[in-house]
Design a protein around this ligand. Structure first.
Ligand SMILES: [Fe+2]
Length: 279
């Protein structure tokens, strides 16, 4: 097994591993170490079943269920959410237009997931050019780059994260809204395994900062969201069918690039890792 950093602010490719086979404890430990170090890791050319994807995800913690996933799971594998623009009989087969804005998954829950995994099954392509990339921003590198005075100002601040703060691509039912009251998280997170700090703040989801006037908080949220997504903190993943990619929701934020439409098809299987504490 080799770990090849992308050379960008985040991400590494792992080669020499067949995720359909049995992985030794040593291999799993090495994958986990690369995951902790790079925030995003990916494997090319994999052929895995939904069951194998679920089993691999479980190495990183018990599976978390996503509120939207309940509507689009794979038959026989309720842990998998179909993310796709494909339609059958006029009906979407999966979650369409997921994650168009910068975010970290499920910040609106008290215990957001450690990470998320995508298995690319169909990748849209135009004249040989793959479309539908995913962008990742390294929020730990963004924290490191802040001036010390700003770091001091932010340390110990607590953000309010509201499920209803963001306009979502699909309507939220009253029941879903009731199940997700606003939650609090530190806006400077410590990685639960490495201790590395990262900025945990984004537009829309983060609606306020405790102890701060709302105008001041709004300006600070805007400025930090802009800072985190500066080009030097970005890795942009260009998908190939057979990719299995996982990201760390503490270290990176992500955003889907929606630059394709039917008849170009995109089909992904997503699994979500169990909770990581937001310290
Ligand atoms: Fe997402």
């Amino acid at each position: 097994m080799d770990v090849i950093p992308t050379g960008r602010a985040a991400g590494a490719e792992i080669t020499g591993v067949d995720l359909a086979g049995d992985l030794t404890p040593e291999t799993l430990a090495a994958i986990e170490a690369a995951f902790d170090a790079h925030g995003v890791v990916f494997f090319r050319g994999q052929t895995i079943t939904p069951i194998q994807q679920v089993a691999f995800t479980r190495h990183f913690g018990e599976i978390a269920f996503n509120v939207f996933g309940e509507r689009w799971s794979v038959p026989g594998a309720p842990e998998i959410v179909v993310v796709s623009n494909v339609q059958e009989n006029g009906e979407p087969v999966g979650l369409v237009r997921a994650g168009e804005r910068w975010h970290s998954d499920m910040v609106y829950t008290a215990t957001p997931p450690r990470g998320t995994m995508l298995h690319a099954i169909e990748v849209p392509e135009l004249d040989g050019l793959p479309l539908g990339d995913t962008m990742f921003a390294n929020a730990a590198a963004a924290w490191d780059a802040l001036p010390a005075a700003m770091q001091q100002r932010l340390e110990d601040k607590v953000g309010i994260f509201d499920f209803l703060g963001r306009k979502r691509s699909i309507p939220v039912t009253e029941d879903e809204a009731r199940r997700h009251p606003p939650v609090r998280h530190p806006i400077v997170r410590r990685h639960p395994r490495t201790g590395r700090r990262s900025l945990y703040i984004m537009r829309d989801d983060c609606t306020g900062i405790e102890g701060m006037e709302s105008d001041e908080a709004a300006m600070l949220i805007e400025a930090l969201a802009e800072h985190i997504t500066r080009p030097e903190f970005i890795y942009r993943h260009c998908w190939r069918p057979g990719d299995v990619l996982l990201w760390d929701n503490c270290t990176v934020q992500h955003k889907a690039v929606i630059d394709y439409d039917l008849p170009l098809r995109r089909l992904m299987h997503r699994t979500t890792m169990g909770a990581a504490p937001t310290m």
